[in-house]
Ligand binder design. Structure first.
Ligand code: KG4
Ligand code: ZN
Length: 348
């Protein structure tokens, strides 16, 4: 296989990467739009699309230059084509299609969730390679689900959130505590200084059959607690205790849901022994530690790719493209990006 170029623009990261035919990273760039969106306390779709459009031409040139390649030397071009914010998806897809058309290269419309799901198969990440089947828990600002990854394009969703994604819950609670956006990392730091036993926040879905999640009730409970302390800024100790108590509730829920998901996985595929986490929330140390314990208790091995590969990036998109091209799969240039594109829809 010749090298592949991958583009990511489904949310607020603009990213490009070039992999060689074996999946080795030749060059990669990730540009976060955090500063553009922070004043609004969340991602503004129109701003995101325009920022992708402004960044891509120079970024793609730079990544190719760093890889030491001309476009004619590529074997394919891949871009996230959904799910995500449609403006950004269109920008990245058109960029990839333009290059593919000009160079007569195969184009791959990558499902962003599939890219997260396959990241762990990048060469060198897991000793001996991550072979199918394995269990994936995807936890980000936009997604929260447990999926059996049984082969390329073969995914079974065991459960997911019925309301907010877990990263969204972190962001909303951080906002309530006046921590800015995105809130996950700051909230984790603050929680490290707080007393997790001070507030008995609810643990939604804990012990419930299956592995669905729910976080909106927990967020509401935090909002009520914050409101009880008046309208001004919270004292730092109090904010830290709320953050710690909230994070503890999330950790317990995630560990419980993971245990259920691993039992479901075992029943379906007795050979499965890997629990893989992906998404920005996988950066959280308390969550990683709890999932590590849960996995060990269930006879699974937890694999958490390095944080920069857990959050949105283009290496994972290029890799998913490479896996698809190797399997003889590519897409027509008439493929329309899809704001909604569940993983199970890839089965076929
Ligand atoms: O995967 P990601 O970079 O972007 C998407 O949402 O697709 O994930 C970002 C999310 C945000 O909600 C952010 O607050 C959360 O991941 N996050 C964390 C931590 N780092 C990032 N949540 C909890 N603890 C963290 N350390
Ligand atoms: Zn993502």
């Amino acid at each position: 296989m010749r090298p592949i170029l991958g583009l990511e623009s489904s949310c607020d990261e603009t990213a490009a990467a070039v992999l060689d035919g074996d999946g080795g990273v030749l060059a990669e760039v990730v540009l976060s739009q955090e500063r553009e969106h922070a004043p609004f306390g969340g991602v503004v779709p129109e701003i995101a699309a325009r920022a992708h459009l402004a960044a891509f031409p120079e970024m793609v040139g730079r990544v190719m230059q760093r890889a030491g390649l001309g476009f004619a030397e590529l074997g394919g071009v891949a871009a996230s084509a959904g799910p995500g914010l449609i403006g950004g998806l269109i920008v990245g897809s058109q960029m990839a299609k333009g290059i593919a058309l000009a160079q007569r290269l195969p184009y791959v419309a990558v499902n962003h969730l599939e890219a997260h799901a396959l990241t762990v198969r990048l060469p060198g990440l897991v000793e001996g390679g991550a072979s199918f089947p394995y269990l994936l828990i995807l936890m980000s600002g936009g997604h929260c689900q447990c999926v059996a990854v049984e082969g390329l394009g073969r995914y079974t969703r065991f459960g997911g959130t019925v309301d907010d994604a877990v990263g969204e819950a972190f962001d909303k609670v951080a906002k309530l505590l006046g921590l800015g956006w995105p809130g996950g990392p700051v909230l984790e730091r603050l929680a490290g200084r707080g007393d997790a036993r001070r507030f008995a926040f609810p643990r939604p879905m804990l012990g419930r059959e299956g592995c669905d999640f729910s976080f909106s009730g927990l967020k509401t409970a935090v909002a009520q607690e914050v409101a009880r302390h008046g309208s001004g800024a919270l004292a730092e100790g109090l904010a830290a205790d709320i953050a710690a108590s909230f994070q503890r509730a999330v950790v317990e829920v995630l560990a419980d849901r993971a245990c259920h998901a691993m039992a479901m996985m075992r029943q379906r595929d007795p050979a499965a022994k890997l629990l893989v986490v992906a998404g920005g929330v996988a950066a959280n140390g308390a969550i990683r530690a709890a999932l590590q314990d849960a996995a060990a208790g269930a006879g699974f091995r937890l694999v958490a790719p390095p944080v920069r590969l857990c959050t949105d990036n283009a290496v994972m998109v290029a890799w998913a493209g490479l896996e698809r091209l190797r399997a003889g799969l590519s897409n027509g240039l008439d493929f329309a990006p899809r704001p909604r594109w569940p993983l199970d829809a890839l089965a076929g």
